[in-house]
Design a protein around this ligand. Structure first.
Ligand code: PHE
Length: 340
């Protein structure tokens, strides 16, 4: 019997050496330790042995079982090690391959132009003021000399939240707010921000766009200050060789009111398709702050004057870079954005 066990041991060893997977090792386990293993034959014969023989045989059988268990686990360890080796080899990182490219984002052209204009005005001692985009009728219209029912409200139809609140149609309410807060003291601000109008979107109109408005209130402010300030701004934006021209216009919050043109920076004033042959390009609206506006905001119009202007950032950016459709700004297409 002991010889039989010895040869079984050899069998187990040889069989294990041949297999390479966990599944096969388990099959060997079932074969040598399971219900139909050759051990069963030996156990069956134990009945006839005497006590001494039984003791020796029992010991041998236990030893055999331990042996098989140990060999199995040894082989399983080897197989696991081989698997890891194989996996490491297949997952090896080739450090010589080219890396992934991370591209840096770009500043949106509207942000760039806004920041440029802000820098110019900060250089002249202006402060930057901001206000809410959901604005009250009072600040957006009333305080700007546009009482309820005023026909000029037609030009600035908006999106209403309720009877009293709307999406602001211009950044002028920030000027009204600043004057109220200044309590009669001089003011020198620009206010950049998003504004909204009920407009049908096309190449030159958008229901949401950006403005920068400027306001100076002090004693002895004249239209010459307005002209000088805007000339400096436009020269910075479009080049030194341009002139500025005022045309009479109407805004309820300024008197007199003007539309401001600059020499066409494409043809230098000769006339070209960009300026439609006129030699001038309209860039913004401006004027001297209306006495009613000054008074409503706490200033004595006999002592204080002011000038104000408002420009559309999209329009200036489109002119500057020759962009022919305002909708490009809102599409977030990197092919457009990376050009600036
Ligand atoms: N608020 C005006 C608009 O949005 C622009 C403007 C501002 C005109 C200040 C004159 C003075 O149309």
């Amino acid at each position: 019997m002991t010889e039989k066990l010895l040869s079984l041991k050899n069998e187990v060893r040889t069989a294990l050496a041949k297999v390479g997977s966990v599944h096969e090792v388990n099959e060997i386990k079932a074969h040598y330790l399971g219900k139909k293993s050759p051990l069963q034959g030996i156990l069956a014969k134990m009945k006839d042995a005497d006590i001494e023989e039984k003791k020796i045989l029992g010991k041998s059988i236990n030893e055999f079982k331990n042996f098989v268990e140990e060999e199995l686990s040894l082989r399983l360890d080897q197989i696991a090690a081989l698997e890891i080796k194989k996996q490491l080899k297949s997952e090896r990182v080739d450090v010589t391959l080219p890396g992934k490219k991370f591209s840096l984002g770009y500043k949106h052209p509207l942000t760039k132009v806004t920041e440029e204009i802000e820098d110019i005005f900060i250089g002249m001692g202006y402060e930057i003021a901001e206000g809410p985009e959901v604005e009250s009728d009072y600040f957006n219209f009333e305080l700007l000399n546009l009482p309820k029912g005023h026909p000029a409200r037609e030009m600035q139809d908006s999106f209403y939240i309720d009877n009293n609140y709307l999406l602001r149609t211009h950044t002028s309410p920030v000027q009204a707010r600043t004057m109220k807060l200044a309590k009669g003291k001089p003011v020198k601000i620009i206010c950049p921000g998003k504004v909204y109008r009920r407009d049908n979107d096309d190449a030159t109109h958008s229901h949401q766009f950006m403005q920068i408005e400027g306001l100076v209130v002090d004693k002895d402010i004249t239209m010459a200050d307005l002209k000088g300030t805007l000339t400096l701004l436009m020269k910075n934006m479009f080049g030194d060789n341009l002139e500025i021209r005022f045309r009479p216009s109407f805004f309820p919050f300024t008197e007199p009111s003007v539309e401001v043109d600059v020499t066409c920076f494409k043809c230098g004033g000769e006339g070209c398709p960009l300026c439609k042959g006129s030699g001038w390009i309209e860039v913004l609206g401006a004027g001297m702050v209306h006495p009613n506006v000054l008074e409503m905001s706490g200033y004595d119009p006999n002592l204080y004057q002011g000038f104000a202007f408002g420009l559309g950032i999209e329009r200036i950016t489109m002119l500057r870079y020759g962009i022919d459709d305002i909708r490009y700004f809102y599409l977030d297409d990197p092919r457009f954005l990376r050009q600036f």
